[in-house]
Ligand binder design. Structure first.
Ligand SMILES: Cc1cc2nc3c(=O)[nH]c(=O)nc-3n(C[C@H](O)[C@H](O)[C@H](O)COP(=O)(O)OP(=O)(O)OC[C@H]3O[C@@H](n4cnc5c(N)ncnc54)[C@H](O)[C@@H]3O)c2cc1C
Length: 464
């Protein structure tokens, strides 16, 4: 990819458009903008700009397109696959200051926001309104624009779906600067190809997203969680299809091993309600009548006990629920703090193959002499498998992670899984995607990219 290098003339154009206080070059670009939260990939953009309006985004993209300059859209940089890293240099377009909550529409049950609004701000804005936005990815400081572009999933995806299922409309800017609106405050459409769903999860490679209409739901009146200790991981995970077969749909269904619990206790400096079992399932239920959720959790608790659980601990106060789920939300941070570096495999597999996959992943620990920790969304088959570098030599580490990822993705493909359940492909998983989808599929991906972005200026080098 041959792009024009940024010149003083380009900087002058950006400063004239945005003002000097929103254009950063050289040492004024904070180191944080050279990487994301996980990948070792480190590249500085040649210039970093903070955008505030759709017109600014449009002007910059038109200029970049006319001048063959790559542009990397950036939210909070909490991504885990290098998708918001400016691997080709050029302009990094940061959306975090384009962060107004524009409209709560209680007649249509929608909230319209700018892309830089943080998930935590949406949650606190809606607090007390009787409405909620259901996707709940672990990282609450991510932007909604980032969530849309990665199709972020969360712990409630099992019942309410991922980000994709909760977005109604987008305002977008194509790479040539054209502004468009797709979707809207409508609950269904059958009006040709659905560009909105193509753009959701496209990791900033097709368009810049400048406005988002979120779907809201009434807050369920009752909420209860169950922490279920099991003597072994096998027993815990093998219980998941049994729960599904019993026709109970929990709001969330997570699995975790004791190791991860201990890591989290050390990281948080506090004890969780139980830590002596080898493995756990964590379930939550919500509903509008007490009877409805009592029936569901009693049936789930009994199913777990019948399948070999040691106990089923009920958490029915907001404080206890919050403490358990916020501990669950820190697993990644806790594992990260326990090693020098880590890399992640975020596969999604059919739910009846989770146990199979986790056994396989664990078996690679001794084969490659490496620590592997896992936890995941058992309810939707999305597993987070972390390879830990510890004190390994860097060359050996790179060799091992490549070999282990090859084995993990091959295993996932063989059981009907996909490369990523929620963190995306970005730069880090690009080669693995290529090897795991049909060549025709890849050709179509490349064709789509070329139609949206014929000059390949928007987030080049990602996904395809
Ligand atoms: C501790 C931790 C927990 C996490 N938990 C979860 C989880 O539970 N579920 C989950 O799915 N992810 C999770 N993540 C990953 C991450 O938070 C998500 O991928 C999130 O959606 C990224 O949002 P961001 O604002 O940081 O975007 P960035 O990382 O800055 O960008 C992500 C992608 O979106 C593109 N982008 C951003 N804004 C725009 C825009 N306005 N227009 C076009 N493209 C844009 C970027 O180019 C990039 O490709 C976690 C990360 C951490 C560190």
């Amino acid at each position: 990819m041959n792009y024009k290098k940024i010149t003083q003339q380009d900087i002058d154009f950006l400063k004239n458009l945005l003002g000097i206080e929103r254009v950063f070059t050289d040492s004024l670009i904070n180191e944080d903008f050279s990487h994301d939260e996980l990948t070792g990939e480190k590249h500085f953009p040649e210039v970093l700009v903070e955008v505030l309006t759709t017109d600014e985004v449009s002007e910059i993209l038109k200029y970049a397109s006319d001048n063959n300059i790559p542009v990397t859209p950036r939210g909070q940089g909490t991504g885990l696959v290098g998708s918001a890293v400016a691997i080709c240099g050029g302009i990094m377009m940061c959306f975090t200051k384009m962060n107004k909550i524009l409209e709560l529409d209680e007649n249509n049950l929608t909230l319209t926001v700018e892309p830089g609004v943080l998930l935590m701000d949406v949650i606190s804005f809606l607090d007390g309104s009787g409405l909620f936005y259901s996707p709940e990815p672990g990282e609450k400081s991510a932007t909604i624009g980032g969530n849309v572009n990665t199709n972020a999933g969360g712990m409630k995806a099992m019942k309410y779906g991922a980000t994709r299922d909760n977005i109604l409309g987008l305002e977008i800017v194509y790479p040539d600067g054209t502004i468009d609106s797709i979707g809207g405050k409508i609950v269904k459409t059958s009006s040709g190809y659905n560009l909105m769903h193509l753009i959701i999860g496209s990791e900033g490679t097709l368009v810049a997203v400048t406005k988002i209409i979120l779907k809201l739901l009434p807050v369920p009146k009752y909420n209860i969680s169950l922490l279920v200790p099991f003597p072994t991981l096998e027993k815990a995970i093998e219980t998941v299809p049994v729960i599904l077969r019993s026709k109970i749909i929990p709001t969330a269904l997570e699995f975790m091993e004791r190791d991860v619990i201990l890591c989290t206790e050390e990281y948080l400096g506090k004890k969780l309600p139980h830590n002596t079992a080898d493995a756990y399932l964590l379930l939550s239920f919500d509903g509008n009548t007490k009877n409805e959720i009592e029936t569901a959790y009693e049936k789930a608790a009994q199913t777990c006990i019948d399948s070999g659980a040691i106990d089923a601990l009920i958490s029915n106060t907001p404080e206890r629920n919050k403490s358990i789920w916020s501990a669950r939300g820190t697993f990644l941070e806790a594992i990260k703090a326990s090693t020098t570096e880590l890399d992640e495999c975020d596969v999604v597999v059919p739910r009846n193959r989770i146990a199979d996959f986790v056994h396989f992943a664990n078996s690679l620990q001794s084969k490659y002499d490496i620590r592997i920790k896992s936890f995941g969304h058992a309810g939707d088959g999305n597993l987070h498998i972390y390879l830990l570098k510890d004190h390994m030599d860097t060359t050996v580490w790179h060799r091992k992670i490549k070999a282990i990822f090859d084995e993990l993705y091959e295993k996932s493909r063989s059981i009907g899984g996909h490369i990523s359940g929620e963190h995306g492909i970005g730069y880090a998983k690009k080669e693995f995607l290529k090897n795991n989808i049909h060549p025709k599929n890849l050709e179509i991906f490349r064709g789509i990219k070329a139609v949206f972005d014929p000059k390949n200026i928007l987030n080049p080098g990602k996904i395809v």
